[in-house]
Design a binder for this molecule. Structure first.
Ligand SMILES: *[C@@H]1O[C@H](CO)[C@@H](O)[C@H](O)[C@H]1NC(C)=O
Ligand SMILES: *[C@@H]1O[C@H](CO)[C@@H](O)[C@H](O)[C@H]1NC(C)=O
Ligand SMILES: *[C@@H]1O[C@H](CO)[C@@H](O)[C@H](O)[C@H]1NC(C)=O
Ligand SMILES: *[C@@H]1O[C@H](CO)[C@@H](O)[C@H](O)[C@H]1NC(C)=O
Length: 609
């Protein structure tokens, strides 16, 4: 097995090094977070070999280039991107809630983290909107099959053309052909669950196929058993001034693991059991006996390894012989943590203490063809690298007025001492009829709560595109400014529409998921600043009583069967007196036969006697 793996790796590496320009690199960053959590971020970067951006004019050269620039770039995804004229594509799969108060900034400043569910954004080159929509529809349907996600449900009624990103969008110097324009389309599916079947195609995109390098750690059961996890795929075209273009593919997997839970699962084999009495950690400063125990919080003295968390180890470098391709970065506080690197092969075991020389970051390249495992031990797991607090906290919630009317309330809190300006993007389904005129702004700061009459003080610009029933969602892009150490509360009302019978999902009483809003704190540069999402919302609409037809049928059937039985009896039966019955029963054929038999038998008996 390992020989085959070695051969594959060598072949891959040869192809890799022969095709100049194409490149691949991967890294895994591990960072312990407070309360025994661990943030692990995997990132994979693939650059295709250079091709001429004018290739689509010349069929022969296109063919030639198609063959050459998909060496490390996944050949499965390339043609989808090319046939739909997609210049930039971002796909985000996320589940869980990022606890910004204890975990700080999102990894990569949030640029690769989506909101709950699935999110697709594509920059498509087309002569006009209708062509762009066609390409978009084709793109989402193909990606749906590719990633086993319900992206095929993306329709006009949830697709938006966001404005916010266009100014910041960097197509990497890409210039559309004469007569063409670039259209940015976006859609989100907040109720889509993320699971193993989405990870498998994700790993297939990597040149290593998830068999070597850091991606060999990724196991669906462990990745999705975390407090928060996200997967992202980003493709963009990058061109230099001479028109030579490259396709870039960035893939990331981010997750926050509860280390104590992983340890417990490893010990108990996955089936939760009550903790036996002698293992309970009781607060000894309070009363404790066999009946009473005030539990202590999780232990701070821990020891775990990659093997504990992922059930696997890193199977050597992505491409053997290359020194720069795979690396593991660890951000930790060396005063409380000791990290040991274990290298293993069937014939050899080596252990090495990882020394960061006092700094809180250590980079460990994965070079040799061994199984790499990192062991973490700590005397106090609450000593971690200080987290960076996010520039803004946002919470969004629904307010209920009545069955057919509701309100949205968004609270922006600026914890810093500088004013924060940002773009707030929200796309709401057409069945929420917004009344922007009811928008109300309240400011809270240390000197009190103020109702704001002059909204332009805090809302710098507004863009609002109302929804059209069953055709497009409403789209809201406001530029806000929140003063330092203040909280801005925005509320607005909406009406809930009645849907058609067939528009309700099978579990209509569960409610409708409303996609998260996007908050982008832009500092002007491409992917500079910070981006994050609010949580998704669950809206209950007036729902018809779907059991009513059933009840009606049941009741009608009961009434009918009762009526039928009675009437049938009345029509087909006759009421008789007892005498009539006696008389009639003596004259039935059976009675006659019985009498005949009895008389014959009587005769026979007298004869015998
Ligand atoms: C859009 O462009 C296509 C191809 O150039 C053309 O056939 C179509 O008529 C155009 N549609 C509109 C609405 O302009
Ligand atoms: C790290 O290892 C050294 C040497 O074994 C030991 O003296 C030290 O106490 C350990 N520190 C932690 C935080 O475990
Ligand atoms: C662990 O570190 C935290 C923060 O530095 C400190 O408050 C706590 O007392 C320490 N706990 C132990 C058991 O050393
Ligand atoms: C609080 O907000 C009000 C109204 O905008 C403003 O007049 C006041 O100076 C603010 N107070 C502080 C402490 O920033």
């Amino acid at each position: 097995m390992s020989i085959i793996r070695g051969c594959l790796v060598v072949i891959a590496w040869c192809i890799y090094s022969v095709i100049g320009g194409a490149s691949y690199s991967e890294s895994l960053t591990l960072q312990p977070l407070p309360r025994n959590k661990l943030l692990s971020t995997f990132d994979f970067k693939v650059k295709s070999a250079q091709f001429d951006s004018s290739y689509h004019e010349d069929a022969n050269s296109a063919q030639y280039l198609k063959e050459s620039h998909y060496t490390v770039f996944p050949s499965a995804l390339g043609p989808i991107i090319e046939s739909t004229n997609t210049r930039e594509l971002s796909l985000r799969f996320t589940q869980g809630w990022w606890d910004a108060h204890s975990w700080g900034n999102l990894p990569y400043d949030g640029w690769f983290s989506g909101g709950t569910g699935v999110e697709v954004v594509a920059l498509i080159e087309a002569p006009n909107v209708s062509v762009a929509r066609e390409h978009w529809s084709k793109l989402t349907k193909t990606l749906s099959g590719f990633f086993c996600a319900s992206l095929n449900f993306i329709d006009n009624d949830i697709t938006t053309f966001p404005k916010y990103a266009v100014s910041g969008a960097n197509t990497g110097n890409y210039r559309p052909e004469v007569g063409n324009k670039l259209y940015l389309l976006r859609a989100a599916l907040p109720s889509e669950p993320i699971c193993t079947e989405n990870l498998t195609p994700f790993l297939k995109l990597l040149p290593t196929g998830g068999k070597a390098g850091i991606s060999s750690l990724l196991d669906g059961h462990k990745v999705f058993d975390s407090l928060w996890h996200g997967m992202s795929v980003d493709i963009f075209t990058e061109c230099d001034d001479d028109g030579g273009c490259k396709l870039n593919l960035y893939q990331t997997v981010n997750q926050v693991i509860d280390v104590v839970r992983s340890l417990r699962k490893k010990e108990e084999g996955g089936i939760p059991k009550p903790t036996p009495g002698e293992k309970l950690r009781c607060d000894t400063s309070k009363e404790h006996n066999i009946w009473q125990c005030f539990p202590l919080s999780d232990p701070v003295e821990l020891e775990w390894s990659l093997d504990t968390l992922y059930g696997r180890t890193i199977k050597g470098p992505a491409f053997e012989g290359d020194l720069d391709v795979s690396k593991v970065v660890i951000n930790y506080d060396p005063s409380a943590w000791n990290i040991t690197l274990l290298k293993e092969s069937p014939t050899f075991v080596a252990t090495r203490f990882v020394d960061s020389h006092g700094s809180d970051t250590v980079v460990e390249p994965i070079v040799e063809p061994y199984d790499y495992n990192f062991k973490f031990s700590t005397t106090n797991s609450s000593v971690v690298v200080p987290i960076t607090p996010p520039p803004l906290y946002v919470s969004r919630s629904l307010m209920g007025y009545s069955l057919d009317k509701g309100g949205l309330r968004v609270v922006f809190t600026n914890p810093g001492t500088k004013d924060v300006a940002f773009t707030y993007f929200e796309s709401l389904p057409w069945f929420m009829r917004l009344y922007i005129s009811t928008l109300d702004v309240t400011l809270k700061n240390s000197s009190g709560i103020y109702h704001v009459d002059d909204q332009s003080q805090f809302i710098k610009s507004r863009y609002y595109k109302p929804a059209v029933d069953r055709q497009r969602p409403s789209q809201l892009e406001f530029d806000y400014m929140v003063p330092s150490l203040s909280t801005l509360v925005i509320t607005y009302d909406f009406d809930k529409s009645l849907l058609l019978y067939k528009e309700y999902p099978p579990d209509a009483n569960h409610g409708f998921d409303i996609e998260p809003a996007v908050v982008r704190i832009n500092d002007g540069s491409h992917r500079g600043g910070y981006e994050f999402r609010t949580t998704s919302l669950l809206l209950t609409l007036p729902t018809p009583d779907f059991s009513m037809p059933y009840n009606v049928i049941i009741l009608t059937c009961t009434v009918l069967s009762l009526a039928f039985g009675t009437i049938f009896n009345l029509l087909s039966k006759k009421t008789v007196t007892e005498e009539e019955f006696e008389y009639a029963s003596q004259n039935t054929n059976l009675a006659k036969l019985k009498r005949a038999v009895l008389s014959k038998f009587g005769n026979f008996k007298t004869k015998v006697e």
